[in-house]
Unconditional design. Sequence first.
Length: 188
Amino acid sequence: MKLTQKLCIVTTAGVIMSLGLLEAVPVHAVTLNFDWTGNAGYSAKGSFSYDETQGYTTIDNSKLQSITIAFFDPSKKLLNSFAPVINGSIGYDFLDFNYDTVTKSLFGYFDVGQDNGQSTDYYLFGNVSFGLSLRNPTEGTIDQSNGLNNITSKTPIPEPLTTSGTIFAAAIAWVMKRRQVATQKAKA
């Protein structure tokens, strides 16, 4: 198949794919990272995302698009990680989360992790301003500190059309590279 034909096929597929995505609601999510370190050296690192175009002044459980958290022992060994909210769906019965978009800080009660009564479950619990405890269903409180959480970075989530554009460009580059290799083999 000639290069021109291949490019036409790839271009047509890209246009069809893009037109299908034009009707999709664009993603306007922002992802923020947070961390916590207890007095005994245990730590937690997490991230959460929400739709920043909604003009929310506070983000609670119902406005989260996602939240993940990982727990580490004092030697930085991963204890476990959890995703209590995925695609706006809450999978943790005790989730308690509040973020102020104006002050860029977490506030109030905080309960993020997993507690299904398993020895491998961990959760960070307490009042952000007064103290948080790392807890385990079988061991109880493992570590604690006087507060949370450095909100560290803001990462935009790519729009669907940006993602499809990247895939389309990669497909064109792949076709052109294959054509170049085939031409070099034919000349040899």
